[in-house]
Design a protein around this ligand. Sequence first.
Ligand SMILES: [Ca+2]
Ligand SMILES: [Ca+2]
Length: 382
Amino acid sequence: MVPMTTRLPNSVAALVAICVAAITLPACSTRTGGDPEPAAAPSGGVAPLSAYLPTVENQTGPHGPAPDGMTWIPGGEFSMGSDAAGESLCALPGVTRDAQPIHRVYVDGFWMDRTEVTNAQFEAFVRATRYVTVAERAPTREEFPNAPPGNLVAGSTVFTPTAGPVPLDDYFQWWRYQKGANWRHPEGPATDLKGKEKLPVVHVAYADAAAYAKWAGKRLPTEAEWEFAARGGLTGKVYAWGDELKPGGRWMANIYEGRFPVQDDGEDGYAGIAPVAQFPPNGYGLYDVAGNVWEWVSDWYRPDTFARLAAAGGVARNPQGPEASYDPAEPAEKKRVHRGGSFLCTDQYCTRYMVGTRGKGEISTGSNHLGFRCVKPAPPAG
Ligand SMILES: [Ca+2]
Ligand SMILES: [Ca+2]
């Protein structure tokens, strides 16, 4: 297989760097070589949260009214990352190692979209600009000189349940490259957006998300902004709402119940993607920061980003991420960070709906469980 930076099926590389720690990890019972072992978790599966110091919010409020659909995130100082590194977390050892160590970060205040960007919002952008997304363009021979001709077709990556149980270290079992899949046709050419106006837009590459944000007078959040916001003012919680997955028996996010990837039981009310804002918001009024669709953030991905910041000491102020992407598992791929997990995340396979954990994805690769939301800097005081 020729290594290529691509959304094509023969190099699915990052197709699915998505709830899929599996692509950077060997079989569940083994470890990646050379790395220190994560601390053993107590029986509850989650390590003690002792590394977290209190979140200290800025006291200065916003200047001017909230932009439509946005909420004020005060910014301030917080402890970033996840130490939920238990073996029992998702049957994958060390799954949160790239979200360690916990380190201190400061971000300025900003406005943030309350919800993931919806199909209706993205349609308004496309109508105004005639923008064509990456998944709607056929890959060219120049871009992929070694690809078989049959693969040079426009499309995107779609999740397909399997007929029966499969090994969870082979994501080709449940992801397929679907010709004609794009934001207008989420499951392929036979599907459309009718009745899906309030669903988050999907099949957006990084450039598509950035183009929308620019048109809207916004930008994509940094990873630090995203996590500060998702934590909702709380300190060191496992989830955006606290330490229990289902407080009082109530589902708080659209994730995956049942037997992955065979059967999504939809116990949380939704088998598959859900309209935005169907679950309680977090402390800042943000919906679906856990689950539903993954969200692009602007930082390049490196597994050692947090380790580098921690080694630098002090408080990282408005960190923008590393200068370039590097994923040792797929060094040729240019990846940016994804956050929040999706409707495909399950405790059997991936628990990236935990608020401090990270995902990653090749920048030209969208899928039917990856979207985004935007932020807007606060206007100057006065
Ligand atoms: Ca669900
Ligand atoms: Ca989300």
